[in-house]
Design a protein around this ligand. Structure first.
Ligand SMILES: NC(=O)c1ccc[n+]([C@@H]2O[C@H](COP(=O)([O-])OP(=O)(O)OC[C@H]3O[C@@H](n4cnc5c(N)ncnc54)[C@H](OP(=O)(O)O)[C@@H]3O)[C@@H](O)[C@H]2O)c1
Length: 276
């Protein structure tokens, strides 16, 4: 039976690359979502019978519901949900504008949670499904000026790890993907930045200023990242719980997590002395 994918944020970057792969597969349906109609025109080259375009802003509950309804009416269900839509924000913690931060949380965390909540009843009913959440290498390790972005992606990790445990017996598999910096629109039009004002953080202001330019140097290839996600979803059994992609995610993530293990072990006596 044909599998149906629902992907958010397919106007550019990873989402567009993955939608392009999925749309070419036999026995596969695609519900591709974006915020603007014209951003989905590239899908017109594929068989319309297997591709449905839906306008979705993940912060709008009515949009989220409609996407799932369309998937159900047109294709019967959703087998694979890819929560890809996301934003960035570049600023030191102290210089961050909390309205921008809250908006980023609305998209990266609550939008992802809303999509997931809307799809779960279908997956529970069929006792099968895959949920892929786009996290980040910056949820495995951290960098100055990326604190609140990391906070959204660490939230995605905690959410994803918990969800996995809750739905494992229902036949639903859940994977967090942690890409390194990649050449998408993310650090440009999909990210905001604060105007650095405090001299004490001057050492970071240059990187914030030129963040949009850094995309050209990013090693991550969106096409390869999308292919890796597609291959894991369709071939890996069981699905990995985490998929770090790129050298920074792999090496930076391992270094940070190894340091964490070392630090936790070094205080074993204190940790174990606080229970009665
Ligand atoms: N590129 C990287 O270096 C990198 C690394 C690790 C993780 N990630 C994560 O990967 C995911 C995809 O990003 P990308 O790199 O492919 O960047 P991108 O090319 O900028 O794509 C971001 C997508 O998110 C969509 N989006 C933003 N706000 C939305 C909203 N409120 N509702 C629905 N869609 C919304 C954008 O739609 P519009 O076109 O309408 O704005 C766009 O389709 C994000 O979650 C990002 O945090 C990126």
């Amino acid at each position: 039976m044909a599998k149906t994918w629902l992907i958010t944020g397919t106007s550019s970057g990873f989402g567009k690359a993955l939608a392009t792969i999925v749309a070419q597969q036999p026995d596969t349906n695609l519900v591709a979502t974006a915020r603007k109609t014209q951003d989905l025109d590239y899908l017109d080259q594929f068989t319309a019978a297997h591709v449905e375009k839906v306008l979705v802003d993940v912060t709008q509950p009515a949009d989220v519901e409609r996407a799932v309804q369309v998937a159900q009416q047109k294709f019967g269900t959703v087998d694979v949900l890819v929560n890809n839509a996301g934003l960035g924000y570049f600023a030191t913690i102290e210089e961050s504008d909390m309205q921008q931060v809250r908006h980023m949380f609305e998209v990266n965390v609550f939008g992802l949670a809303a999509m997931t909540k809307a799809v779960l009843p279908l997956m529970r009913a069929q006792k099968a499904g895959v949920i892929v959440n786009l996290s980040s290498a910056l949820a495995l390790t951290t960098l100055p000026t990326m604190g609140f972005y990391s906070a959204t992606k660490y939230a995605v990790e905690g959410y994803t790890d918990t969800l996995r445990q809750e739905v494992a017996d229902l036949g639903i598999q859940v994977m967090a993907v942690e890409p390194s910096g990649a050449r998408t629109d993310w650090s440009g039009r999909s990210s905001a930045k604060a105007v650095p004002t405090l001299a004490d953080y001057q050492q970071f202001s240059e990187s914030v200023e030129h963040v949009a330019d850094s995309v050209h140097d990013a090693p991550g290839a969106p096409q390869k990242i999308a292919q890796a996600i597609y291959d894991q979803v369709t071939q890996a059994d069981p699905l990995p719980q985490h998929l770090p992609l790129g050298q920074f995610a792999y090496e930076g993530g391992l270094k940070n997590l190894t340091q964490l293990v070392t630090e936790i072990k070094s205080r074993q006596d204190i940790s174990l002395a606080t229970d009665d």
